[in-house]
Ligand binder design. Structure first.
Ligand SMILES: Cc1ncc(COP(=O)(O)O)c(C=O)c1O
Length: 446
């Protein structure tokens, strides 16, 4: 039963993102009240260790006072300035400069969005415009990975390769296609070379089947987050970049999760010295303290669009919001000068080492990750790598156990646990995450 009026009001009035609308739980939501570091406290005073940084976004951890101060100063000085009509604010200009400086190679042109979905949506519109400007408007097909997640805008949801984001909506469209990306654990031959070769072949085969001159772009996450934290072997991203060059299509890297230190580097492309033609980002960009994302264009794409001439009819009222820009600048300062990125790099090996302790558990099939982004894949049969069926109830059961043990982590439909703690994590908190997962797994009965 709903125990407080806030919970009842929530059920009456708030349409939650990615939620069940019919038969909402009688328990009401878990209402968070305040937070510090990696620790969330609910409105009953119960504490939780946040192993998921909100929604893989609070990379700097909660309670960063200098970020709050930066937002307050900007709010008092100039709470809003449009970027339309050649207007600007200093904060947005400085944030664009900072993003261009941090992103690889000649990814120099920053279009600000409010989050990841509209960054991807902007990328899709710019890709369309680019090929039209280049005199190849027939290039309409977009490829991406099965189980990839690229947000839930009306077009981007079809680039996403997860069935729950398609069901009931008219996506994927006839120009949106997905190629397999099973990762080493679920590949017949799990060797790096075989996994990479299979992926490159799948991309090339599909592009040739569609007609290479009809394909516009390929989208990829360096680590597939919402699909279950699927980590491809080192060398995969570079091989896909090279395949796109060979095919003459644009290569879009979606770093909405992997950006801003999540994988141990500022951007995951740095692990392989790769540069996308277009890159999307959000989440860690402001550490979730206020909404901001970006679609960053390489010189090639920007120039291609600019040379088409005319005014580009794409814009949002809050593109380059000065308060989010001020927040982003301070968050990035903390990553770089405040030692947060250095801590992520330092803690990443211990994080994986500690999680690997779970590999011996009878329910654990695979432990994988990159930096402070990891998955513990739960299986019904360890030998046969049989996943739990989505209707087995494993996911809500395990999630509830972990919550009861004071741990917040993502639980995918098959029970796979997703972890993305704040980059400020210490080794004691890493041990607590692992211990709480183990206790939760031990409590599961079928
Ligand atoms: C890789 C990726 N792209 C895009 C998005 C969409 O971002 P948002 O939820 O901010 O719209 C997400 C969200 O998790 C994501 O993981």
């Amino acid at each position: 039963m709903l125990t407080n009026s806030l919970g009842r009001t929530d059920r009456l009035n708030w349409v939650h993102p990615v939620s069940q609308w019919a038969g909402k739980s009688e328990e009401g939501p878990l209402i968070f009240d305040h937070a510090e570091g990696l620790w969330l406290t609910d409105n009953h005073g119960q504490q939780y260790l946040d192993g998921f940084a909100g929604l893989w976004c609070v990379n700097a951890g909660y309670g960063q006072k200098s970020v709050v101060a930066a937002a307050m100063v900007q709010m008092e000085k100039l709470p809003y300035a449009t970027g339309y009509f050649d207007f600007a604010s200093e904060a947005a200009i400085r944030m664009a400069e900072k993003v261009a400086e941090l992103t690889p190679g000649n990814l120099n042109h920053v279009y600000f969005s409010l989050g990841g979905s509209d960054a991807v949506d902007s990328a899709l519109r710019f890709i369309d415009y680019y090929w039209t400007a280049k005199g190849q408007p027939e290039r309409k097909h977009i490829l991406s990975l099965e189980k990839g997640y690229h947000g839930s805008s009306s077009t981007g949801a079809g680039v996403t390769g997860l069935a729950p984001f398609h069901a009931g909506f008219s996506v994927p469209t006839a120009t949106q296609h997905h190629i397999p990306a099973p990762g080493p654990y679920r590949s017949e031959d799990p060797s790096d070379a075989a996994v990479i070769a299979a992926s490159v072949k799948a991309l090339k085969d599909r592009v040739h089947a569609l007609g290479a001159d009809k394909v516009a772009a390929f989208f990829a996450e360096p680590v597939q987050g919402s699909g279950g934290v699927i980590v491809q072997p080192h060398g995969w991203l570079k091989a896909m970049r090279e395949a796109c060059d060979e095919l003459g299509i644009l290569f879009v890297v979606d770093e909405v999760i992997t950006g801003f230190g999540r994988t141990g580097k500022m951007f995951a492309q740095e692990h392989e010295d790769v540069q996308a033609d277009i890159m999307t980002m959000a989440k860690g960009m402001t550490s979730g303290y206020s909404p901001m994302g970006a679609c960053v264009l390489s010189d090639k794409v920007f120039d291609g669009i600019a040379e088409g001439g005319g005014s580009i009819g794409h814009g949002y009222t809050y593109s380059g919001h000065p308060v989010s820009a001020a927040v982003g600048l301070e968050v990035i300062r903390l990553y770089q000068e405040g030692g947060i990125l250095a801590n992520a790099e330092k803690q990443s090996p211990y994080f994986m080492q500690a999680l690997k302790r779970l590999e011996d558990h009878p329910l654990v099939g695979d432990v994988r990750g990159l930096g402070l982004l990891a998955a513990v894949e739960i299986v019904a049969d360890k030998e046969a790598k049989t996943p739990f069926a989505a209707d087995s109830g494993i996911s809500p059961k395990l999630f509830k156990e972990m919550l009861g043990n004071g741990l917040i982590a993502r639980c995918f439909n098959d029970g796979t646990i997703g972890l993305a703690p704040a980059l400020t994590i210490n080794s004691n908190e890493i041990d607590m995450i692992v211990d709480r997962i183990e206790t939760s797994l031990n409590a599961l009965t079928f």
